[in-house]
Ligand binder design. Structure first.
Ligand code: COA
Length: 227
């Protein structure tokens, strides 16, 4: 139920924010196609659909990450299902967790061109700033989701005729690897994928949350079963 309703809420909220009317879901479309349709008013073509659906799947579940842990903590008090989900939302919006996807795209936009990437990374590191979309508490040798999303971001860039974001991301990735040895996480290339699919800045973390609702729900049910 929540997996179906989250995208409806996110899409309607986004359209209202842009001064547009919400689009009703179409019961003939699948989950990802409907999400895209409610947001843009258009049925996605095959490439768009496959790319968006894969992105949602890659975000759907990821074991005991911070937001899922928050859901389990609230469930552990025998509070209700919806309160547990609200805790998950509160945790995922943080910039060190799902909030990193919007911040990563903001960073690429701020850098603006490939030739500025290295100096941007150097200056951020010397100022002890965190670069969004890099690093992971668990994946030290690479985030397998990032590998998939990197390929998708590159392919999409070629289709839409705009390689700039991908090239900036690759240049920052190289510099970060040389200087600090830190590699991209899931949010890094997902930011470019969602942006190139037409999702606006500020919405991407909501897309992540509306995919992760599947995993959160499974963990909440498991916690209730054996608290
Ligand atoms: N940008 C710059 N430096 C970073 C960094 C980043 N994104 N991630 C880690 N580092 C630095 C740390 O500051 C630390 O530096 P130090 O040794 O000089 O003190 C060093 O790299 C080792 O950090 P590490 O132990 O690997 O990180 P962590 O496990 O404490 O933190 C994250 C993991 C995910 C919280 C952290 O990498 C981060 O904040 N990333 C940016 C936010 C993000 O993308 N979140 C989404 C995660 S899926």
């Amino acid at each position: 139920n929540l997996t179906a309703k989250f995208p409806t809420i996110v899409a309607a909220q986004t359209r209202i924010g842009m001064g547009k009317e919400p689009v009703d879901p179409d019961p003939h479309l699948g989950h990802a196609a409907n999400y895209y349709y409610m947001l843009t008013g258009q049925v996605p073509d095959d490439t768009t659909l496959r790319t968006f659906e894969s992105t949602l799947m890659l975000y759907a579940e990821h074991e005991t990450n911070a937001s899922t842990f928050a859901c389990r903590v609230v469930t552990g008090t025998l509070s209700d299902f919806y309160s547990a989900v609200v805790a998950g939302i509160g945790a995922i919006k943080g910039p060190l967790h799902g909030g990193a996807i919007d911040d990563a795209m903001k960073m690429f936009i701020e850098i603006g061109s490939t030739d500025k990437a290295s100096s941007y990374v150097d200056e951020a590191l010397s100022a002890k700033q965190l670069l969004s979309g890099f690093g992971h508490r668990v994946y030290r040798a690479g985030d397998p989701r990032a590998t998939e999303l990197r390929g998708m971001a590159e392919a999409l860039g070629m289709i839409v005729g705009e390689r700039r974001w991908f090239d900036i991301a690759v240049a920052c990735e190289q510099r970060m690897k040389e200087t600090k040895g830190i590699i991209p996480n899931v949010d890094y290339y997902a930011a470019i994928v969602l942006y190139q699919l037409g999702f606006p800045l500020g919405l991407m973390t909501n897309v992540v949350a509306s995919a992760r609702i599947a995993g959160w729900s499974a963990h909440i049910l498991e916690q209730y079963e054996n608290n």
